[in-house]
Design a protein around this ligand. Structure first.
Ligand code: GSH
Length: 280
């Protein structure tokens, strides 16, 4: 909770040298929309590692990264098979490390700063990635449709607007104008998102509740795995942050999401949200 921020030792600044987290700038208020960057940022904040965010323009991620000596993402390729530069990336002046990919970054922070709260272990990484895949299949996939038009329209600059439009129209299966002309499209996207959340809750959270109850634990929180925030909280919290930004904090859609599944997402996100703060 926000009121705990000042007393939460995880937020105390532990390191003297400032890490740089690379993001890209979007036209929505708050500038940042990438859930991948948000995941790394939640982890940096929870670990209490001093950092600042540097924003590239979307179309300059590759150029800017190469200039700074940041390597391509080893897990990603462009459609033609050539190397791809992505955000988030990170530079650490203490170790001189430059790296990209949110999983790599989080693993690097765990290993390099072992005195900070640990997000992953070799034993938990496979389960964490399976959880992340479930978010994508049951939540993000549907949310993309519900927020796509806004993401495309709020992109910065003409070149970026074209790039986002092409991407969004690809998964909407129609032009932005066609999508907007029929309110049923938005309504159906919200219905699919709600059903996706129901499936996601049934597959994972309801079963986790049963295990907790069998051990006499009524409440697992404040985080998914209990007292400590781990990779899964950062992954899901980042997707919530992304949706909140795109729907709009005060929108009816976002308020609905926070109330779905008996307020489960609202309660969880309230505990993760303080760690989404952007340090520029
Ligand atoms: N697997 C990567 C995914 C990161 C990613 O897809 N980033 C996007 C922005 S949200 C990107 O940098 N795209 C650059 C491009 O498409 O040229 C991670 O976890 O960091």
């Amino acid at each position: 909770m926000v009121s705990n921020l000042t007393t939460n030792h995880h937020l105390a600044t532990k390191m003297s040298s400032t890490l740089t987290l690379y993001d890209f700038e979007h036209g929505l208020p708050g500038k940042t929309i990438s859930p991948w960057v948000a995941k790394a940022r939640i982890v940096l904040n929870y670990k209490g590692l001093k950092h600042r965010t540097h924003f590239f323009r979307f179309l300059e991620i590759e150029k800017g990264s190469i200039e700074l000596g940041i390597p391509a993402n080893e897990f990603e390729r462009k459609a033609d098979g050539s190397p791809k530069w992505t955000i988030p990336s990170l530079q650490d002046p203490t170790t001189k490390a430059s790296l990209s990919d949110s999983l790599r970054i989080i693993d690097y922070l765990d290993r390099t700063y072992p005195e900070t709260p640990q997000m992953l272990t070799p034993e938990t990484v496979a389960a964490a990635l399976a959880f992340e895949a479930a978010i994508r299949d049951h939540v993000t996939k549907h949310a993309f449709k519900a927020v796509g038009v806004k993401a495309a329209e709020a992109a910065l600059g003409d070149g970026e607007k074209i790039r986002f439009r092409t991407f969004v129209e690809g998964f909407l299966g129609m032009t932005l104008e066609q999508w907007k002309s029929d309110p049923k499209n938005g309504e159906e996207a919200m219905k699919a998102l709600k059903e996706g959340f129901d499936t996601f809750e049934g597959l994972i959270f309801k079963k986790a509740d049963l295990v907790a109850e069998a051990r006499g634990l009524k409440q697992q929180g404040p985080f998914i795995g209990g007292e400590k925030l781990t990779y899964v909280d950062a992954a899901l919290g980042a997707v919530f942050r992304w949706m909140e930004n795109l729907f709009g904090e005060d929108s009816a859609e976002w308020k609905q999401v926070m109330e779905w599944n008996n307020g489960r997402w609202g309660r969880l996100y309230k505990n993760i949200k303080p760690y989404t703060v952007v340090h520029e």
